[in-house]
Design a binder for this molecule. Sequence first.
Ligand code: SF4
Length: 191
Amino acid sequence: MTNFCPVLWPEEPTPEHLINCSSCGLDKQGSRMVWGEGNPEAPIMVVLDNPGAREDREGNPFVCGTRQMLQQAVNHVSLDKDDLYITYILKRKPVRAYDKERTRQICMVHLKEQLQAKQPDFIVCLGNVAVQSFFQNPKLDVKTLRGVMHHVQGFRTVVGYHPLAVRRRPNLRPLFIEDWEFVAYQYFQKK
Ligand code: SF4
């Protein structure tokens, strides 16, 4: 994975009528909306908890640690960036305390609309927050659900570790690669 150079994947614009969405109140925290990234028509939809910044403090494009780790794993298992679309449970990054349960429930409406419109072949849910929100069960975790195909909200769904958790705990890296090998296996066997 050493020679690979991560780049910022193209951002899918937020739909016009939702640019000023204030349904959950996170708009008051000041972070900007990120609707999705990658190929909007991709067969694999990755769901994370919320977007990291795409720009540094001076407004220059910036590939955050989460994106770097994710892209390295994708590259390692020979998936192409056009195979993937990344989106979030929350389309804005919370920067202060907030009502987690309520906010996630509200924004989930947008994810459900994306799923209906895009109809991906399967979903990859990364990290406990995304898993608990998408599976609608606060007791679930990645550790017990990874490595198996699930069926959730009408979609085939795979579970894996959050790239940021892997950055913070390098001992998770082999498991994270395993997660992505499983994603690639599911993808290539269907092709
Ligand atoms: S996080 Fe979701 S519900 Fe909240 S303002 Fe953004 S799009 Fe709307």
